[in-house]
Design a protein around this ligand. Structure first.
Ligand SMILES: [Zn+2]
Length: 505
């Protein structure tokens, strides 16, 4: 096998295997434990990938002009045995190393005081794995000495219907909407989101999902589109909220109805869909949830539902792992039949999760602060802040659209379906949701930020990439200052980084 091994420092080695190392970007792992002897072909065109002491101590040129022979004791590539294993692209050409220092860092849910954060090539990196970090040091140091600063993961919003006058359900303009919203959200610290679609006819999904698929993933200077959150159309007409009752349906043909509705993206490995909200009590839905979870990683969330507790519990046993905007558009908690809300107090056995995650809108309109507090106390690790924002957010004006509905701004904080008192999404921003969670529950700011970062990433299975600031994850983060010792909910977003690059807004 033509393997391309290169670079070693103490107990680390960079490894890649590919037939064509002239055109392939190598990846590297940080390795420990096992030793072996190896012969390493290395392209001289990439000598910077080797630290000096390898050349001086361990390598000797051989006849072939395109390779060196390096015989050395090195660590075996065995990521499974390595507790510090990480993998990332080696930036090519060289990309600078940035060190943020004398700041607090919210890493994997915990604040680490007076820490440093290293960034390179769009990733958070472990300085021990920066094999030439010691020789060259960082290219840029951003020192916060003397100013209380917290670096936290960028916020994720798993439910957002639009913003800045744009509605994701406005299908012909979906590309423009995604462009505008994914740029505009950065100033609120949101670096990833799930564009959310209200219930629509099948042809709408067939038309729009490929456009979301095309937009999915990273784009320089934009919040990342993680995949769509599809609310409906398998929802209860009795809990329709702002959804068009004429397009709601059940699934008498089982999973075939899901395929008919959403199209082939349902089963693609990197589906355009991240989350589907369903009412589990509808005909055929239990089987659909089960089959969908067997076939894909799409998160099934329970919402807009008349479900009782038993049906909700059965849906979790079938694979549902989230509740959509807890308290809203579902049966209220009753002590003899707590409905879906009861799941946050459950301890389910033999289910994929013992308690599901729950999205919650802490705008003070969708749920009373005391309800938020009860939910948070019952299941803090499951709390996922979502804005459920609509096109009316972030702009002035009175009349907007949400899918086929006309909605009216009733107050600074409330939008309703025009001519009714039915709440139609929100106009709240994620920083306000975080601040309100602190105010409503008395949790710490770090705990509230976790509900917008770590929990959201875990909820959709992306914690290896988002929401933790662990080595190897994406360098999407917010730098917060302006704290108030008397009021733990107060903070200011000083700057936002996406892919390790500071963004302008
Ligand atoms: Zn909804």
């Amino acid at each position: 096998m033509r393997e391309f091994f290169h670079a070693i420092k103490r107990d680390s080695v960079l490894v890649s295997a590919n037939a064509d190392f002239k055109t392939t970007k190598p990846s590297y792992g940080f390795l420990t434990q096992h030793r072996l002897n190896a012969v390493l072909p290395v392209l001289p065109s990439r000598p910077h990938l080797l630290s000096d002491h390898i050349f001086s101590n361990k390598a000797r040129p051989i006849q072939h002009p395109d390779s060196f022979e390096i015989t050395l004791e090195m660590m075996k590539h065995d990521r499974a045995s390595s507790p510090t294993a990480m993998e990332t692209d080696i930036p090519e050409p060289y990309q600078k190393i940035i060190k943020f220092t004398h700041c607090d860092v919210l890493r994997n849910g915990k604040i680490i005081k007076d820490e440093t954060l290293w960034v390179r090539g769009g990733k958070i990196v472990d300085p021990a794995a920066l094999f030439y970090g010691a020789e060259h040091g960082p290219d840029e140091v951003i020192d916060f000495k003397g100013k209380k600063t917290l670096i936290a993961p960028g916020f994720l919003d798993l439910q957002i219907n639009g913003f800045f006058g744009y509605d994701f359900a406005d299908i012909p303009n979906i590309e423009t909407s995604l462009e505008v919203v994914s740029k505009g959200l950065l100033k609120y610290g949101v670096t990833s989101f799930c564009p959310t679609l209200v219930s629509s006819p099948a042809e709408v999904y067939h038309g729009v999902l490929p456009k979301i698929a095309a937009r999915k993933g990273k784009k320089s200077g934009h919040a990342e589109v993680l995949g769509a959150h599809i609310e409906g159309p398998f929802l209860s007409s009795q809990k329709k909220g702002a959804h068009d009752v004429d397009v709601l349906r059940s699934a008498p043909n089982g999973y075939a109805d899901f395929i008919d509705c959403y199209g082939p993206t349902l089963e693609e490995p990197d589906s355009a869909i991240a989350i589907i909200t369903v009412a589990p009590e509808l005909e055929g839905l239990h089987a659909c949830i089960k089959e969908l979870k067997q076939r894909s990683k799409i998160v099934v969330s329970l919402g807009h539902t008349k479900s009782n507790y038993k049906d909700a519990e059965a849906a979790v046993a079938a694979g549902a792992s989230m509740i959509t905007h807890l308290f809203n558009a579902m049966e209220p908690f009753h002590h003899r039949d707590p409905g879906p809300v009861g799941l946050i107090g459950s301890s389910l056995q033999n289910c994929p999760v013992d308690k599901p995650f729950y999205g919650i809108i802490t705008d003070g309109v969708h749920a009373d602060p005391s309800s938020v507090r009860i939910a948070y106390v019952a299941h803090p690790e499951g709390c996922v802040l979502v804005t459920d924002a609509i096109s009316a957010a972030g702009v002035d004006g009175e009349i907007f659209t949400l899918g086929t509905m006309t909605v009216r701004r009733k107050s600074e904080v409330e939008v309703v379906i025009d001519g009714t008192e039915t709440i139609a999404g929100s106009v709240v921003t994620m920083p306000t949701c975080i601040k309100n969670l602190v105010r409503f529950t008395g949790c710490t700011l770090a705990q509230a930020i976790n509900a917008a970062t770590l929990h959201a990433a875990k909820c959709i299975g992306l914690e290896h990439r988002k929401g933790t600031l662990m080595p190897g994850t994406d360098a999407d983060f917010v730098i917060l200052d302006g704290f108030d010792e008397k009021d733990p909910s107060v903070f200011n977003i000083a700057s936002v980084y996406v892919n390790g690059e500071k963004v302008e807004f």
